[in-house]
Ligand binder design. Sequence first.
Ligand code: SF4
Ligand code: MG
Length: 338
Amino acid sequence: QTPLLRIDGLKTHFHTREGTVRAVDGVSFAVPRRRIVCVVGESGCGKSMTARSVLGLVDEPGEVVAGTVSWHPESRELPVDLAALDPRGAELRAVRGGEIAMVFQEPMAALSPMYTIGDQLVEAIQLHLPLSRAEAGERAVSLLRRVGIPRPEQRVDAYSFQLSGGMCQRAMIAIALACDPALLIADEPTTALDVTTQARIVDLLRELQAETGMSVLFITHDLGVVAEIADEVVVMYLGRVVEQGPVDAIFHDPQHPYTRALLGSVPRMGAGNRQRLATIPGNVPHPSERPAGCPFHPRCAHAVAGVCDREEPPETSTAPGRRVRCVLHTPPTEGAPA
Ligand code: SF4
Ligand code: MG
């Protein structure tokens, strides 16, 4: 069986006067059916741009220059390559918000202050389903109930500025669910919220995933959230996937030094403020200043001089479903003694 979504060799480049910025540079991973895949990495690693590329939402001067995005929901007999569709065409527009829904970081900004939550839900519903206004209105109330908004019959007439950030994000999730998407892409959906609200939204997404059978592509820089929600993890650094695998394997046996460093910077629950957090030395360079060789080498505690700064290691499968891109895990070349 094909996965729901399979990204292969995806490259999204920005053509600027200073040269080509390779924001996404050969990304490959799959989103299996009925699974939650988390894409994790520091900001500036190409996570959001990968998601935007899938949906044809790359702004000028950016462009998907290579790769395929094979999309195969149950409603389609054959998979379709989303990367081959016109980003501004009707076909991809129908996929966006219909078969694939999105939730973003700033729920307040994503909702219009001019219309009620109910109006915005009804619009989303009617865009993709042939329902009357009254029927769509009923569906709007039941969706608000389903995402845990109390007194939905009243809240449906509220404006976004009358709701808390957490309630707005629930409303955004209701809008996303309006058309029964096969995939929900959530880009840092909890980052703007306080810790308690974050945890509730993560729980809600897990419940909704189990209830609907949709898949979720969840983008975050927060490994605490990953531990709560992910089935599979994709770790990105500077436009590349450096490690991927099942969540337990990633947390219990991280193989890439970047993954290990990220895990080292996760705050320990209950340790209080006295425990200083380990942080990764240095910053993510701008993609236009990608270091030669392994792009992580200037920050890597295990970098091998003369090796890591020269050649980028290939992606290697280290166990079924696990891949890592690091010389420490590259098998000896054929013919070399084992
Ligand atoms: Fe570190 Fe070298 Fe592995 Fe890159 S290839 S992560 S620099 S050890
Ligand atoms: Mg982002």
